[in-house]
Write a protein that binds this ligand. Structure first.
Ligand SMILES: CC(C)(COP(=O)(O)OP(=O)(O)OC[C@H]1O[C@@H](n2cnc3c(N)ncnc32)[C@H](O)[C@@H]1OP(=O)(O)O)[C@@H](O)C(=O)NCCC(=O)NCCS
Length: 198
């Protein structure tokens, strides 16, 4: 046995933890920090890797992961304003999704030690539609919808909605160009194999 390999929780154990809903073939690394399980729904064939921090507790918090979704190691998902990641989408290592953020203008107090009435919290749902991939260490701010088939390059800051089947990168964010839709054919092949296995 390798003592450095912390391992994953699998379906049978995960079922007993109190998620809102849980599909089949879900693997969650044992060293994640996940709060608010009753507000979290997870589809089929999902992997959440080591050192992820997922906060889905408190008023308005919810997280919905579709099927065939991967959350890479060291991701941070703050789901207080709602976060949805649809089928075949994923986060590379170190991505941060903030559906809730402090007011940085100086007009109100900030940070988690302060009661909400002294703060001007910006809260809004983040949606990643199907076939979205977010590159390592990128940050997504509240109220953003990333439409179907978008790729976001590493180290990007996303504060606005992104249009389907495009590749974006950087800070400030730029559109690099159109993305191939060739993966849709692969998806049909993959789903056929997946259904056959069940
Ligand atoms: C955005 C990305 C997909 C573009 O790849 P590509 O189409 O091969 O693009 P290129 O490498 O030809 O780069 C095109 C230009 O954009 C710049 N660029 C590419 N990615 C960038 C990024 N993430 N941030 C800033 N600039 C970037 C390049 O420097 C290059 O600039 P130039 O034309 O002035 O020389 C890729 O660079 C990327 O960021 N991938 C994410 C990888 C990742 O996070 N993997 C984690 C494990 S899955």
């Amino acid at each position: 046995m390798n003592p450095f390999e912390i391992g994953y929780y699998h379906d049978e154990e995960l079922k007993t933890f109190g998620f809102r809903s849980l599909g089949k073939n879900v693997k969650i690394s044992k060293n994640c920090n996940i709060v608010g399980l009753s507000n979290i729904s997870i589809g089929n064939n999902v992997i959440i890797d080591s050192f992820c921090c997922i906060i889905a507790s408190g008023k308005d918090a919810w997280l919905k992961l579709g099927s065939h979704v991967h959350i890479g190691g060291y991701c941070h998902i703050l789901a207080n304003g709602g976060v949805e990641i649809k089928d075949f989408s994923g986060l590379s290592q170190g991505v941060k999704l903030y559906s809730k953020s402090d007011d940085y203008s100086g007009k109100s107090l900030t940070n988690s030690t302060i009661p909400e009435k002294y703060k001007n919290i910006q809260k809004g749902k983040i949606t990643l539609n199907e076939h979205v991939i977010i590159g390592a260490n990128s940050i997504i701010l509240p109220n953003v919808t990333i439409d179907t088939g978008v790729s976001v390059g590493a180290l990007s800051l996303v504060a606005t909605n992104l249009e389907s089947w495009n590749i974006y990168f950087g800070n400030p964010l730029k559109r690099l160009g159109k993305k191939s839709e060739g993966l849709l054919q692969k998806k049909m092949e993959f789903l056929k194999e997946w259904e056959d296995k069940k």
